[in-house]
Design a protein around this ligand. Structure first.
Ligand code: NAG
Ligand code: NAG
Ligand code: NAG
Ligand code: NAG
Ligand code: NAG
Ligand code: NAG
Ligand code: NAG
Ligand code: NAG
Length: 557
């Protein structure tokens, strides 16, 4: 928790009158979210977060609700009273197992008349305590509910839990905490000083400030349909500073027939990217899902496949070295293993090493789904992802980035944040790489959930960028479009536009005070500033980037 602005709130308030929310901080008496998370297994558990919050006493041991009838399985469980509608519950607990070396343990929320839902998972070990963090959003009020624990492969193992915590946040409290993070992690205080050439302070000089670019990469997938499509291009450039190609770089697209490389579409899209100073992620070099590999790969011998793999890396990297800020080196490796099956267990490790050798400055990502979206997918829990990263690192891979696809249906915000907290312990860049909301929901509901997910991502201190999976093609979009085919906003597009304008400083004008200075709080990015006094004026630019200190910027007239 950073307390900087909370402690000096009186002077701080004067400085940032424009941003009155901070002054409200001194009157906010709700809970401040605790970002703590642990990935190592500890001999002693830590104290419960929030002093335990509202969770009742000790867990009791009950017959496991889903156990089969042949044996009696006992599970630790917590009974919750008074589950309030619309409340966001942050849950955490320390877990230890016996009888097995290691097992994946999940916490499940059981409420009468509703489907059981996973609210957190952890890879637990014997002999030490592991930290499970998650939570849930209650959609209706309930007098009672139960949280119970089980091994995800339904093995009969003893589970112990301790230091449990359940902290409720109202929607307003959750929003306050997000806003607080945005204001402390995505913005910085600036003081502009204006003097004349002799150094005398100039009071009453007019300062015009305009944010001309944003630091935070926020963008969307694009498809070949953007080539030569001026309305699409204009629409995109007006909003976004980052992009990714939906399909056009995938192996199946660039080499549909062995040896016949065709980068025409990727090149034309890259031209658009360069013409508009957009940053672009490279997606993807390999995709483990056998459904999406080029047909001709299926029947290759291991050694032919190995040389095809090497040519693919060599060709992409020599052509596009330095063009893409990231490479999704191996897509969806937590779910599929086409290459491992054919080339051996170290296939992914070798991909990382070879790609790094070819483009040492590109940030290399693993990218997967059902990681931040749910804890129900046993193949892609946060701990499985972290284990994979650690294995690659131990093998000598330079693994620099965590790509969380973020294909949501109904987002569980408490779980999303808890999982991000756990990834944050690794100190690697985290990107939400393919954000959308399922098309099983109507447009209004998609927009509602999209706003929740985007606020969650932007307010998490460890998220470095957000990409939407909303490429438009004549057939529509993968799950969610922001506009119709004439670029008129759908509800989701309105949300994106609203947040883009909320998350920028914009343009404004003011006067220097008796110290010849003027202070404001701005989002990270580049600024153009014009100072004018009498007949003299000067225009210049400066950058605001992440730093705890106030930026001081001097202008002489
Ligand atoms: C139920 O929870 C709400 C919100 O956490 C609280 O305001 C209320 O007093 C609680 N009611 C009871 C009976 O505990
Ligand atoms: C390469 O791809 C482009 C775009 O799809 C296509 O127009 C062109 O004919 C292809 N070139 C060859 C040699 O197949
Ligand atoms: C692979 O690419 C070909 C040609 O671009 C396309 O027809 C086919 O649908 C693609 N297959 C998959 C599985 O994406
Ligand atoms: C792969 O080999 C099988 C068996 O020889 C054959 O039936 C199939 O058509 C081949 N597939 C491709 C894509 O060449
Ligand atoms: C999880 O992985 C296993 C082994 O790779 C596979 O058999 C299973 O189908 C996967 N499950 C899901 C949901 O992807
Ligand atoms: C995989 O890589 C690791 C680390 O470099 C090495 O110790 C191990 O022997 C390799 N395994 C195989 C099957 O090549
Ligand atoms: C100018 O700055 C003062 C003091 O910081 C502030 O009270 C006022 O609202 C600002 N005016 C505008 C138009 O931003
Ligand atoms: C501004 O310039 C005009 C014309 O050169 C001059 O008459 C005037 O005194 C100047 N004003 C100031 C404040 O310097």
């Amino acid at each position: 928790m950073k307390t900087r602005s909370m402690n000096n709130s009186s002077s701080f308030c004067i400085l940032v009158l424009l941003f009155t929310w901070i002054c409200l901080a001194s009157s906010y008496d709700g809970p401040l979210y605790d970002f703590s998370a642990y990935t190592e297994c500890k001999l002693q558990p830590e104290d419960p977060l929030y002093g335990g919050g509202v969770i009742g006493e000790e867990a009791f041991y009950s017959r496991r609700p889903t156990g089969d009838d042949s044996g009696i399985l006992f599970s630790p469980a917590f009974v919750l009273h008074n589950v309030t509608q619309g409340t966001i519950y942050s849950f955490s607990v320390w877990v230890k197992i016996d009888a097995a070396e290691a097992a994946s343990i999940k916490a499940t929320l059981m409420i009468e008349n509703t489907k059981d839902s996973c609210i957190g998972s952890v890879s637990a070990k014997r002999g030490c305590w592991s930290f499970l963090k998650g939570g849930f959003v209650s959609r209706s009020p309930h007098n009672s509910a139960v949280i119970y624990f089980e091994s995800t492969d339904a093995r009969d193992i003893d589970i112990q839990v301790t230091s449990a915590s359940l902290q409720p946040f109202t929607e307003e409290q959750w929003r306050f905490n997000q806003q607080y993070q945005i204001n402390t992690e995505r913005k910085r205080a600036v003081t502009i000083h204006v003097s004349d050439k002799q150094g005398s302070r100039l009071q009453g000089a007019t300062i015009s400030v305009e944010q001309i670019s944003r630091d935070f990469p926020f963008g969307s997938a694009i498809a070949k349909s953007i080539i030569g499509n001026t309305p699409y291009q204009k629409w995109f450039v007006k909003r976004f500073n980052a992009a990714v190609f939906e399909n056009e770089l995938k192996w199946n697209a660039t080499e549909a027939k062995q040896g016949q490389l065709n980068y025409t579409l990727a090149d034309e899209m890259l031209e658009f990217i360069r013409a508009n100073q957009i940053t672009v992620r490279g997606h993807n070099i390999f995709w483990e899902d056998p459904k999406y590999i080029p047909n001709w790969l299926h029947n290759l011998t291991a050694s032919d496949l190995q040389s095809a793999v090497n040519s693919r890396i060599q060709s992409l990297m020599s052509k596009y070295r330095n063009d893409f800020i990231h490479w999704d080196v191996n897509n969806e490796n937590l779910h599929y293993d086409f290459y491992e099956k054919k080339l051996g267990p170290n296939a992914t490790l070798e991909f990382f090493k070879t790609v790094h050798g070819s483009d040492p400055l590109a940030t290399l990502f693993l990218n997967d789904y059902n990681v931040v979206e749910t804890c129900n997918d046993v193949n892609s829990t946060v701990d499985k992802f972290i284990t994979k990263i650690n294995e690659l690192r131990r093998g000598g891979a330079i693994m620099d980035g965590i790509g969380l696809e973020s294909h949501f249906t109904v987002p569980n915000l408490a779980l999303v944040r808890a999982i991000l907290d756990k990834f944050a312990t690794l100190g690697l860049p985290i990107w939400l790489t393919e954000v959308d909301i399922s098309n099983t929901l109507d447009h209004e509901t998609q927009a509602l959930y999209l706003e929740q997910v985007l606020r969650e991502g932007f307010s998490h201190p460890s998220v470095n960028g957000i990409m939407l999976w909303t490429a438009i093609s004549p057939k529509g979009c993968y799950q969610m479009c922001l506009t119709d085919n004439s670029f008129n906003n759908l509800p989701a597009g309105d949300i994106v536009d609203k947040l883009l304008s909320e998350w920028q400083t914009g343009a404004f004008e003011n006067q220097t005070n008796e110290h010849g200075s003027y202070s404001f709080y701005g989002f990270f990015g580049d600024y153009k500033v014009t100072a004018q006094y009498g007949n003299s004026s000067s225009t210049s630019t400066f950058s605001l980037s992440r730093n705890e200190e106030t930026k001081h910027y001097n202008i002489q007239l």
